[in-house]
Design a protein around this ligand. Structure first.
Ligand code: ADP
Length: 885
């Protein structure tokens, strides 16, 4: 991923370098093409901050009250007004009186004015007089680079006055494209003659340089206007226009950068004459309510207008200041380079951070740039185009965010395209092979030309892997890792499919010969693999579940037993073919039917249905044996599936077993009736021979005794078998039995054997009667077997103890002896049919091995338990318990 990050970074930087260059180019075109000029000019107006003036200029305003008193326009006023002003001025010590009024018509009283002008010039201050004229700009042939502004025509000064003026200057104001007056003419040309602008004329007047000497002190060197033969350089453009600083916003009344007094007040003697001493005094329209001679200037705020005279005052102030604020623009090459540099550098700065940081950086750059350019302006009055440079800083941020969004969208699109194939895999429950094909197809799109190999585990938890390649059949093998020798010389990318700590696969990618895999491919593939991993896992699990289901289905369908799943009401939810066979019905017909009902129908036994229903109600496993179901005998095992509230029923066909059992019963019947009688006859006649014959010798008697004993043994075996069989097949004849009495009777019955073996029998029985509900014959037989065994397997002179106890719920009967005991390894089989333990001293004792299994059968069919403890050579204790009545 690191590699991917580095690639991401370098690609962003490259994109932004290109974007910066393109933006730079576009901005340079806009800049040079003069597009958005108004905006560009307006934006730079923020440079004009109020600044201090030298106090050299005083304005006498031809204001509203003057207009009211003398006439609608200064041109209409009686010329005597000007004579009066000139006379007033001659007493003040003013250095220059400049009239920014067009007095082009000759008037009869011009003579008076002329005289007054003469007096003024002769006053102590030798006040210089500047009059205004104006060029009429139907600019004839423009002489580019001449540094003068050519006028086709001029509104001159009335000749009578002109003769007495020291200077005349053109008062033309030249609005920029946005109507704002920023520039001032310097030299003007009319009729092939160079003239001075009003401000320049006033400046010369202030310096007391005669107008005739103007051409000597002012010259144009091709780029600047050299003032005073090069003492100062006034930067001008090819038309001789220069850009003065505006020291304050347009004055409202008398609050501007310059001292302003009303003409009326001056002539009424209300103004202290000393304020004019040594000053340049300007007369012009100002503080008038009409829109006469008022203009927008860069320092105008909220539409305020500046009087022409105040514009002139600003220009003159610029010229007379010791450190003039002549505004210049940055060198064109420098400014172009700056715009290009800023745009490229800003582009690179924005390339990497996140969008909100980009915006933050852009804001910081803009603020910083404003500070820098303001500092440059206030120190050197070099005006840097804010419009272009701010665009150079700002547009790249937009481009950068745009590129981010585009790249993001592109990647999203790619990812979405991946997602769509993911959807196919996720939603369609695809087979692994199909999914692998899709994945490899996608990988081919992301990394065309490379060889992709996909390994997926054979099944969940398996150590065998399937290998997929495009156009190849799946190969299953023991290992996924590629043979290192195959891939040794190539760069290979490997992407493991990991999900919840399990690795289900790996994607190996080998680039086409000579090619390199780039980081973006890696990032995309990584993303693909990460998104696929859970689906692959699902697919494998789904596969596994499918396999399990298949297994379960085949177990279900192919088991040689009828299997059914029942719901809580005994209805068949699912069943197999064998069940249908046993029920002798169609599979389709029995689904949803009640199994107990079907069984009872077929067997014609309502009780079976009840038994099954009750069993289901009890919610424990239960078995119904040898049930007749149509032509079959079956065994039903019904077990609850507790987690589902369902039951499984397994019905096995035990017809063959039942047949065998019947055969056995018949055989036993034969044994009982057909063997027992002849045997009894044999024994009877042997005994008769014993009793009657007198000719038998000792040896014959011994042989006959053997025959008689063998007959006894055979009868005993037959009895035992018959007893067991009767117990198994017969029904219990239950009645209330006095167990104490039964035990006493059985003990009494064994008295002869006890006597014969000189054994002592101790009987421990409670006084109160103990009653159980049982089959008397079977229970008596069981008690007898325990007591008989104790006597039989205890040597002569031994002790036998019979105990009977009861606790109100359970009755316990036990027989303890001091006999041979039972070897440990024989103990587990002691209740099995025909099993006889071989202990020291018991080998000669006759028996069938059926007695104890009979006891177990009887007691368990009475819901009791049997058991024993025994130590070989020491003795045994056999017991059984029964529920007390
Ligand atoms: P049988 O007595 O006819 O052999 P049983 O089923 O009564 O058959 O007993 C099975 C075996 O258990 C006997 O062969 C004997 O080895 C052993 N056994 C039974 N009771 C005792 C006892 N009280 N002491 C020692 N061994 C006994």
């Amino acid at each position: 991923m690191n590699r991917g990050g580095a690639v991401w970074r370098s690609s962003r930087l490259l994109y932004m370098l290109l974007a910066g260059a393109v933006i730079a180019l576009a901005l340079l075109l806009i800049w040079r093409g003069g597009v958005f000029m108004a905006l560009r000019l307006r934006l730079n107006d923020i440079y004009y901050a109020p600044a201090a003036t030298s106090g050299t200029v005083v304005i006498i305003a031809a204001d509203d009250s003057s207009l009211r008193r003398y006439g609608r326009t200064p041109a209409d006023w009686p010329r005597q007004v000007y004579a009066d002003l000139a006379d007033f001025m001659s007493e003040t010590g003013a250095r220059v009186l400049a009239l920014d009024l067009l007095l082009s018509e000759s008037e009869p009283d011009d003579a008076a004015v002329a005289e007054a002008f003469g007096r003024l010039r002769q006053s102590d201050a030798r006040t210089r007089i500047v009059l205004a004229d104006a060029g009429v700009t139907t600019t004839a042939i423009l002489r580019e680079g001449a540094g003068v502004l050519p006028f086709a025509l001029a509104l001159g000064i009335s000749p009578t006055l002109n003769a007495l003026a020291d200077y005349h200057g053109f008062t033309n104001t030249l609005p920029d494209i946005d109507g704002v007056i920023r520039r001032q003419p310097s030299l003007v040309e009319i009729d092939g003659q160079n003239g001075l602008s009003f401000s320049l004329a006033t400046y010369l007047a202030y310096l007391r340089i005669p107008a005739s000497a103007a051409s000597q002190v002012l010259s144009f060197d091709g780029s600047d206007l050299l003032l005073m033969s090069g003492e100062r350089r006034l930067p001008v453009d090819e038309w001789g226009l220069w850009q003065p600083y505006y020291f304050a916003p347009p004055a409202q009344g008398n609050n501007g950068a310059f001292a302003v007094v009303s003409l009326v007040d001056v002539l009424d003697g209300k103004v202290d004459a000393s304020i004019f001493d040594g000053k340049i005094v300007l007369l012009g329209l100002m503080n008038t309510t009409g829109t006469l001679d008022q203009y927008i200037v860069p320092s105008s705020s909220s539409g305020s207008l500046m009087a022409g005279i105040e514009i002139q005052a600003n220009a003159i102030e610029n010229l007379v200041q010791a450190n003039p604020k002549f505004i210049t623009s940055l060198d064109i090459v420098l400014e172009g380079a700056l715009i290009a540099l800023l745009s490229v550098a800003a582009g690179l700065l924005y390339a990497l951070p996140r969008w909100y940081l980009k915006l933050g950086i852009a804001l910081a750059l803009v603020v910083g740039w404003l500070v820098v350019t303001s500092a440059v302006f206030t120190t050197s009055f070099v005006m840097i185009s804010l419009f272009d440079t701010l665009l150079a800083l700002g547009v790249p941020v937009v481009a950068s965010i745009g590129i981010d969004i585009t790249l993001e969208t592109l990647q999203r699109k790619q990812t979405e395209f991946l997602l769509s194939s993911l959807h196919r895999i996720a939603e369609q429950r695809l087979q692994i092979d199909q999914a692998a094909e899709y994945i490899l197809e996608d990988v081919g799109k992301i990394a065309p030309g490379s060889t992709a190999t996909l390994y997926i585990v054979d099944s969940v938890g398996s150590d065998r892997w399937m290998r997929f390649r495009r156009g190849e059949k799946r190969v299953v093998g023991p290992a996924a890792s590629p043979d290192s020798s195959t891939y040794h010389h190539h760069l290979v990318m490997a992407f493991p499919f990991l999900w919840q700590g399990r690795q289900q696969g790996i994607l190996m990618l080998k680039p086409s010969h000579g090619a390199q895999l780039d980081g973006t491919t890696g990032v995309l593939l990584q993303e693909l693999v990460e998104k696929l991993a859970p689906h692959i896992d699902n697919m494998l699990l789904y596969d596994e579940v499918g396999r399990q289901k298949l297994l379960l289905d085949s177990v279900f369908s192919e088991s040689p037993a009828g299997i059914a799943i029942l719901d809580g009401k005994g209805r068949i939810v699912q069943c197999n073919q064998d069940l249908a066979r046993l029920l002798e019905m169609n599979l389709a017909d029995i689904r949803g039917k009640s199994l107990p009902e079907l069984i009872s129908l077929i067997s014609n036994k309502q009780e079976m249905e009840d038994q099954i229903q009750n069993g289901i109600g009890a919610k424990t496993l239960f078995t119904l044996d040898e049930m007749k179901l149509g032509r079959h005998f079956v065994r039903l095992v019904i077990a609850p599936l507790k987690a589902y509230d369902l039951w499984t029923v397994i019905i096995s066909d035990v017809t063959a077993l039942v047949d065998l059992s019947n055969l056995k019963t018949r055989m036993l019947r034969i044994a009982s009736h057909d063997l027992k009688n002849p045997l009894a006859r044999i024994k009877g006649f042997v005994d008769l021979i014993f009793m009657l014959s007198t000719t038998l010798d000792e040896r014959d008697r011994k042989y006959l005794q053997f025959v008689s004993d063998a007959g006894d043994e055979m009868l005993r075996i037959i009895d035992d078998i018959l007893n067991l069989e009767r117990m198994r097949s017969g029904k219990l004849m239950l009645s209330n039995i006095n167990l104490s009495q039964m035990v006493q009777e059985v003990c009494a019955r064994n008295q002869p054997d006890l006597i014969q073996k000189q054994q002592n029998l101790e009987l421990v029985i409670p006084d109160s009667a103990i009653t159980v509900h049982a089959d008397a014959a079977q229970l008596s037989q069981a008690i007898n077997n325990f007591v008989g065994n104790a006597i039989k397997y205890t040597p002569d002179g031994g002790q036998v103890t019979v105990r009977l106890t009861a606790d109100g719920k359970t009755v316990r009967f036990e027989v303890e002896d001091t006999g041979y005991g039972i070897p440990v390894k024989a103990q587990s089989k002691i209740f099995s049919e025909f099993y006889r333990a071989k202990a020291e001293g018991t080998l000669h004792i006759p028996g069938t091995g059926l007695g104890l299994s009979l006891v177990k059968g009887v007691i368990e069919s009475h819901n009791g338990t049997v058991g024993f403890t025994s130590v070989e050579g020491k003795g045994s204790t056999f017991y059984f318990t029964l529920p007390e009545k």
